[in-house]
Write a protein that binds this ligand. Structure first.
Ligand code: UD1
Length: 389
C-alpha cells in the first residue's frame, strides 16, 4: 500500500510525525512525504523536522507565502504531478491549513481517495480560512478520522456515511506523549531565566496570537497587547511571536514589551512543549494549543469567540474568553485567583491514534486485496466450469 502524506505548515508537522513513523514500521506500507513549503522558515519548519525526527521529505514543493488563492493554487499546481507520478493508494492530509485543502482537491480530482486526519471539527465561523479548509476537505475525503465525538456528529449531519467516520483520538497528542520526556530535558527555562533557584520555575504565563482576526486589524492588535501588558504586571508573560504577528506589530510601531511581557522568537517543538508544561496559564488563539494544554493540565484562555475543539472546554482546561481586551484581563485575574483546576482527559487521547488510523487503512486495503483475490478465484472457477461443459 502506498500512502502519500502531505505536510505544509507548522501545525501539520507534529501530526504527520507519528503517522509517518507508524507507516515506516509496518510491512507492506510505503509512505511518501510531501512538504508543500507553505511554511519554510527555520523556526516554523526545519526545527520541527529535527525535533520530531521526521525524515527528509521525498518532495519539497517550496510554494512559500502568498494570498490564499495564490498559495492554494500554487500548491495544487505543484502537487498534481507528484500525485500522477506516484499514483498512491491514498493521499493522507492532516488538519486545516491551505496545504490540507489544496492537496485533497488535487487527489480527489485524480480519482485518488483522500484520508483526512482531524476531520469534522467545526467552528461554524466561515470568516476563518481554516473553517473553509475543513469543510471543503471533509466534503471530498473518503476516510474521516476524528479526535472528538462532536466531530462525528458534525460529519453525520453533513451527510458523511457512518462507515467512513472513525473516532481514533488525536495524533498531535501521540506526538506530545512521545516527546514529553525529551522536552523535559530542554534548557528553555534556563535560557529564558525562568528558574527560581531550587524552587523550580518562577510563575509565568505563555501567550501566542496569530489568527488574522486578532492580529491583522491594527486597532484590535494594539488593544490586545495593551491588555497583555496589564496582565503582565501580575504575571510574567512569555510571548513567542509568529511571523504574521511580528509583521503586524512592526507596522503598528509598538515598542515591544515592558520586561514583564517578553517577546521571543517562535520556539521549536521541544522547547515550546517544556514552556507550556510549566506555565501557570496560557493565553492563545491557536487550535492545537487548546488541545495540548488540555493534556498538560494547564489552564488555557482562548482569545476567540468560538472553538472547533469544544472538548477542550468541556474537559475543564480551556475557556473561551472572547476577543474583548477587558474580558481577557478579568479572565486572567480570575484564573490566577482560583485554586488548582481539576479537569478530565478526552477519550482516546492516549498516544495510539496513528496506530488506529493505520489499522483502518491497512485493514481496508487487505479486505480489498482479499476481495479481489476471492473474486478472481470465483471467476476462474466459473470459466473452468464453462470450458469443461
Ligand atoms: C497558517 C495556517 C493556520 C495555522 C498557522 C500556524 C492557513 C490558512 N493558515 O497561518 O491555520 O494556524 O499557519 O502557523 O493555512 N511567514 C514567514 N515564514 C514562514 C511562513 C510564513 O515569515 O515560514 C510569514 C509570511 O509573511 C506570511 C505570513 O507569515 O505571509 C503568514 O503565513 P501563512 O502561511 O500565510 O499563514 P499563517 O498565519 O502562518
Amino acid at each position: 500500500m502506498k500512502i502519500l502524506l502531505v505536510a505544509g505548515a507548522r501545525p501539520n508537522f507534529m501530526k504527520v510525525a507519528p503517522l509517518l513513523h507508524e507507516c515506516d514500521q509496518r510491512e507492506g506500507i510505503r509512505a511518501i512525504l510531501v512538504h508543500t513549503g507553505q511554511h519554510y522558515d527555520e523556526g516554523l519548519s526545519n526545527i520541527f523536522f529535527r525535533d520530531l525526527g521526521i525524515r527528509a521529505a521525498d518532495y519539497e514543493l517550496k510554494v512559500g507565502s502568498g494570498s490564499h488563492a495564490e498559495q492554494t493554487a500554487e500548491i495544487m499546481r505543484r502537487f498534481e504531478p507528484v500525485c500522477v507520478a506516484e499514483n498512491p493508494d491514498v493521499v493522507l492530509v492532516v488538519g486545516d491549513v491551505n496545504s490540507t485543502m489544496a492537496a485533497a482537491l488535487v487527489a480527489v480530482k485524480l480519482g485518488i481517495p483522500v484520508a483526512h486526519v482531524e476531520a469534522g471539527l467545526r467552528s461554524f465561523d466561515r470568516t476563518m480560512p481554516e473553517e473553509i479548509n475543513r469543510v471543503v476537505t471533509d466534503a471530498v475525503a473518503s476516510w474521516h478520522f476524528t479526535t472528538e465525538p462532536t466531530a462525528n456528529e458534525n460529519l453525520s449531519r453533513e451527510g458523511a456515511p457512518e462507515d467512513r467516520i472513525h473516532f481514533v483520538g488525536n495524533v498531535m497528542i501521540d506526538t506530545l506523549l512521545t516527546c514529553r520526556e525529551r522536552a523535559a530535558g530542554s534548557r528553555v527555562l534556563d535560557e529564558l531565566e525562568l528558574r527560581n533557584g531550587s524552587a523550580g520555575p518562577a510563575p509565568y504565563g505563555v501567550v501566542t496570537l496569530h489568527r488574522p482576526s486578532n492580529v491583522d486589524d491594527p486597532a484590535r492588535l494594539l488593544a490586545l497587547v495593551k491588555a497583555l501588558e496589564e496582565i503582565s504586571e501580575t504575571l510574567l508573560l512569555i510571548f513567542p511571536v509568529h511571523p504574521r504577528t511580528s509583521g503586524a506589530l512592526k507596522r503598528l510601531g509598538w515598542p515591544g514589551g515592558n520586561g514583564r511581557l517578553r517577546l521571543v522568537k517562535p520556539l521549536g517543538y521541544l522547547d515550546f512543549l517544556q514552556l507550556l508544561a510549566n506555565a501557570r496559564l496560557v493565553v492563545t488563539d491557536s487550535g492545537g494549543i487548546q488541545e495540548e494544554t488540555t493534556i498538560l493540565q494547564v489552564p488555557c484562555l482562548t482569545v476567540r469567540e468560538n472553538t472547533e475543539r469544544p472538548i477542550t472546554v468541556s474537559c475543564g482546561w480551556n475557556r473561551l474568553v472572547g476577543t474583548d481586551p477587558d474580558a481577557l484581563v478579568s479572565a486572567c485575574r480570575r484564573e490566577l485567583a482560583r485554586g488548582p483546576r481539576r479537569g478530565q482527559r478526552p477519550p482516546l487521547w492516549d498516544g495510539k491514534a496513528s496506530q488506529r488510523i493505520l489499522d483502518v487503512l491497512a485493514g481496508e486495503k487487505l479486505e480489498e486485496t482479499l476481495g479481489t483475490t476471492a473474486l478472481e478465484g470465483l471467476n476462474s472457477i466459473t470459466q473452468h466450469t464453462q470450458e469443461t461443459q
